[in-house]
Design a protein around this ligand. Structure first.
Ligand code: ITT
Length: 198
């Protein structure tokens, strides 16, 4: 059975494909459906946006679809960038610009005030309109400079004290085990296993 990943973020595609591989789905990306229109992420919450992306792609493709809406909540910034994480430095800017902006806003802030968490809501939608959601978080601290080459997005700045490393320095399998995305998908596992046998 096909499961379409409702995301254009290649970092997410890589991690979601690895996390879903034991479940026996034929996991396909949106690259296989070039006509899927751009989905405007104007929801107030991660859940709103994840549901919007999954339902739109399930309806359009006629397949089971899985979306991930995620972002970084920095306590010193009152929870920003949150749902605006992808466009923190402005429309059309990249991960590097987002990371530079974050470092600028936290310049001089001591480690104990640099606490943050990644949050991820995964939504699974069936073509006929059923929707399931699950949420995962992962706590960390914003580093004072980028470290590591792995992962994507804010990973070089997201330091996990229990590992003594940033997400970008972790082995991908370790990141998947402890990450917001890994935790959300672990909660979705039984639902996905059930849907596969329908
Ligand atoms: P789609 O909507 O197509 O899935 P997107 O990149 O726009 O792609 P989001 O709106 O969910 O996705 O924005 C999430 C942003 O949060 C993303 O651009 C990353 O910068 C960041 N992010 C999410 N998960 C992350 C992770 O595991 N590591 C680093 N950064 C992450």
């Amino acid at each position: 059975m096909k499961l379409v990943l409702a995301t254009r973020n290649q970092g997410k595609v890589r991690e979601l494909s690895q996390l879903l591989s034991p479940l026996g789905y034929e996991v396909v990306s949106l690259d296989q459906y070039p006509g899927v229109p751009e989905i405007i992420e104007d929801g107030a919450t991660f859940k709103d946006n994840a549901v919007k992306k999954a339902t739109a792609v399930a309806r359009y493709t006629g397949q089971l679809a899985l979306a991930d809406d995620s972002g970084l909540e920095v306590d010193y910034l009152g929870g920003a960038p949150g749902v605006h994480s992808a466009r923190f430095a402005g429309e059309g800017h990249d991960d590097r610009a987002n990371n530079e902006k974050l470092l600028r806003l936290l310049a001089g802030v001591p480690p104990e005030k640099r606490t943050a968490r990644f949050r991820c809501v995964v939504a699974v939608a069936t073509p006929e309109g059923r929707v399931f959601t699950a949420e995962g978080t992962c706590e960390g601290v914003i580093a004072d400079k980028p470290r590591g080459e792995g992962g994507f997005g804010y990973d070089p700045l997201f330091y996990v004290p229990s590992c003594g490393k940033t997400f970008a320095e972790l082995d991908p399998a370790v990141k998947n085990r402890i990450s917001h995305r890994g935790r959300a998908l672990a909660l979705m596992r039984e639902i996905l296993a059930g849907l596969r046998h329908e």
